[in-house]
Design a protein around this ligand. Structure first.
Ligand SMILES: [Zn+2]
Length: 132
């Protein structure tokens, strides 16, 4: 069985919390999976020095342009991120479809990805479906 991560990132890609706030975020995420029948293997925080692609792993499949709605190839994004060593200091890029300059985190992804300097991840988290 493969591991399944839920990855949470701030809405501001460059923002990082203070250590106490990061610990509170970890505790909050852990609390979401602490009910009867819930489970989570691990909840942890990660700080990144630079803005980093937080991808959906093997679930990252299709990207479309927010302006012209054309498909953008995954290879284009992979190359862009790889050229920058998995980190990006600025998110404004010219997209290959229509040449417009857009923020990378406004591209439409079939499965969500993000760009961040901080994340809280939950490994193999499950919740009982019905709550009263
Ligand atoms: Zn476009």
């Amino acid at each position: 069985m493969s591991d399944d991560y839920i990855r949470s990132v701030p809405t501001d890609p460059g923002w990082q919390p203070e250590p106490e706030a990061a610990a509170a975020a970890v505790a909050y995420v852990a609390s979401l999976f602490s009910g009867p029948g819930d489970a989570v293997d691990e909840v942890k925080q990660t700080f990144y020095d630079r803005v980093t692609l937080i991808d959906a792993g093997m679930y990252t499949e299709r990207i479309t342009c927010p302006l012209c709605a054309e498909d953008i190839s995954m290879d284009w994004l992979d190359d862009l991120v790889r050229e920058n060593g998995m980190s990006l200091d600025q998110l404004d890029v010219a997209v290959p479809c229509c040449g417009a300059v857009v923020e990378l985190n406004t591209l439409h992804h079939e499965d969500p990805i993000g760009f961040a300097r901080f994340e809280v991840s939950a490994l193999n988290a499950t919740r009982v479906e019905i709550r009263t």
